[in-house]
Design a protein around this ligand. Structure first.
Ligand code: NOJ
Length: 559
């Protein structure tokens, strides 16, 4: 496998709206980011992924773009952005931008034209159909509730929107659409950015017949996933994009891909296919969702989590490349979700970090993860800001659900768990803003904040620093093969990495019990073991029978 820089990098995601406000309007901005670059450098990260900062009416916080080449006023100006890029590069870090090209905003000039009349040259930039028997063209449900079709009276037709009705889907069948998007990508690349994170990029090719999804009794709309996830032309489109744009730059690309399987993941990322460098899959993020989807809470099992992550490790072992993540702006906080955000918060956060960072792939850290930020439980729906959460709440209440039950699901799964402001210090609003924050700060900021974490040598923050430093020192973390141990153990995640005759043994206890395990008699057990990192000061030396404390994680190097 070749040694691309992004295989050796650690990426940090910034959700700009919630990161750092500089002008007191309660909304994070670019100058705020600039003021925190030294912090990111201190953490040791290599690459920043910036969630969208483009001009947007903010129906979905910037994932609805009305001008791809302008910066959102609330975030600053293009000049601020250019300064930020220069400051990032000056510190030896890189920047990847979010690329949202499955859809635009309905306020994008293309759509404003397209909706006017059927003959408009931009009409075919989007996906239009007449109604069927006085109803929508098919039964697909939008990700943000309701139908995926919106009626447009100007022309008596419907347009497709897989997300909100203010996010019409682009028609990738139209070559002009693709060429304009490639042009825009080159415009940003020529400014010197280092790559893209591509939003729902495996949704761009729809089955042209747009067939009905399988109906579920009691539900008005159905899932259309089978007809647009990894659709018929997605690979040719990505190859075309690679050839026309990406091949000419030394950049990294990561495609966000709900519904991608490891087999598909390999097709998207195998180097010789010239599509993308890595994908974000969601299999491990879906293990606490029941058949009714993300709000249908289900108990998750460690055995299943291990199975999923190991399957991806093995599928992309020799071809393709994995991304490694626990968190992003759409997911609840990992320490609350798969760890423990009460008594064992610090240990659990470090344990989760260890488990992920020693796998093969490029690790991503989402803002606040490095200080163990937790989920939030706002009491009223009025405190939530996220369109997905709000639409779902109102739909469920209208259908007779118990508001307390719905709120319970929101506390566990809402995207706003990830979007409360970054907790910098214990001053008002956690040092995020001197104004009124657009979304409330998590009330635990006085205890959980960057300032406290930097001052405590045993903090989660310093543990993440150490993990990142280890990755830079130990090529085995990047290149080693992966093997799962004890697959059926319901509390311990254990695996081995191997590279050029050396080994790493990673042991993590996902429970609040003391757990003893017996390691298999493998040849590496006879080698000399050195402790590399642990979140417990009271750890034992490596023997066949290991006892792990609650949420303990321990890594040995064997050679
Ligand atoms: C995925 C993004 O991560 C999410 O925040 C957004 O709402 C949808 N794509 C639509 O762009």
């Amino acid at each position: 496998m070749s040694n691309q820089w992004w295989k050796e990098s650690v990426v940090y995601q910034i959700y700009p709206r919630s990161f750092q406000d500089s002008n007191g309007d309660g909304i994070g901005d670019i100058r705020g980011i600039i003021s925190r670059l030294d912090y990111l450098k201190e953490l040791g990260i290599d690459v920043i992924w910036l969630s969208p900062v483009y001009q947007s009416p903010n129906d979905d916080n910037g994932y609805d773009i009305s001008d791809y080449k302008a910066i959102m006023h609330e975030f600053g100006t293009l000049k601020d952005w250019e300064e930020m890029l220069a400051e990032i590069h000056k510190r030896g870090m890189k920047l990847i931008m979010d690329l949202v090209i499955n859809h635009t905003s309905d306020e994008h000039p293309w759509f404003i034209e397209a909706r006017k009349d059927k003959e408009n040259p931009y009409r075919d930039y989007y996906i239009w159909r007449p109604g069927k028997n006085g109803k929508e063209p098919n039964n697909w449900e939008a990700a943000f509730s309701g139908s995926a079709w919106q009626y447009s009276a100007e022309t008596d037709e419907y347009y497709l929107h897989l997300f909100s009705k203010k996010q019409p889907d682009l028609n990738w069948e139209n070559k002009n659409v693709r060429l304009e998007l490639y042009d825009m990508m080159r415009w940003w690349l020529d400014k010197g950015i280092d790559g893209f994170r591509m939003d729902v990029i495996n949704f761009i090719s729809k089955d042209p017949a747009l067939p009905d999804g399988e109906a579920v009794s009691g539900k008005k709309y159905a899932s259309g996933h089978a007809y647009f996830m990894n659709g018929p032309k997605v690979h040719p489109y990505l190859q075309e994009m690679h050839e026309q744009v990406l091949a000419k730059y030394d950049v990294m690309t990561v495609g966000e891909m709900p519904g991608v399987t490891p087999e598909e993941g390999k097709l998207y990322t195998a180097e010789h296919r010239k599509e993308l460098d890595m994908v974000f899959h969601f299999e491990h993020m879906d293990i606490d969702s029941g058949p009714g989807g993300k709000w249908d809470l289900k108990a998750w099992s460690l055995v299943e989590l291990k199975l999923i992550l190991s399957k991806w490790q093995l599928a992309l072992a020799d071809e393709g490349w994995n991304s490694l993540y626990w968190n992003n702006h759409d997911q609840p906080r990992i320490v609350s979700r798969f760890g423990n955000d009460a008594e064992y918060r610090e240990k659990a956060a470090k344990m989760l970090a260890t488990t992920l960072h020693f796998m093969k792939g490029t690790p991503y850290i989402y803002q606040g993860e490095e200080i163990g930020m937790t989920n939030v439980s706002f009491e009223s729906i009025d405190d939530y800001q996220d369109i997905e959460t709000i639409n779902m709440y109102h739909e469920k209440i209208a259908n007779g659900s118990d508001p307390n039950e719905v709120l319970r699901a929101i506390h566990q799964k809402s995207r706003d768990n990830a979007r409360t402001p970054m907790q910098w210090d214990k001053s008002q609003h956690a040092g995020f803003t001197r104004g009124n924050p657009w979304i409330q700060v998590n009330p635990n900021y006085k205890e959980i904040n960057v300032q406290a974490a930097r001052n405590d040598p045993n903090s989660i923050f310093h543990y993440y620093r150490k993990l990142i430093q280890l990755r830079k020192k130990m090529p085995i973390m990047t290149h080693g093969s992966y093997q799962l141990l004890l697959p059926n153990h319901d509390a311990i995640f254990a695996y081995v990495r191997e590279w050029q005759g050396e080994y790493l043994l990673v042991l993590s206890n996902f429970s609040k019990e003391h757990v003893s395990i017996t390691l298999p008699k493998k040849q590496w057990m006879e080698k000399k073991a050195t402790l590399i990192i642990s979140n417990d000061s009271d750890h034992c030396s490596l023997v066949e029978m290991v006892e792990l404390q609650p949420y303990e994680s321990i890594v040995y190097h064997l050679s």
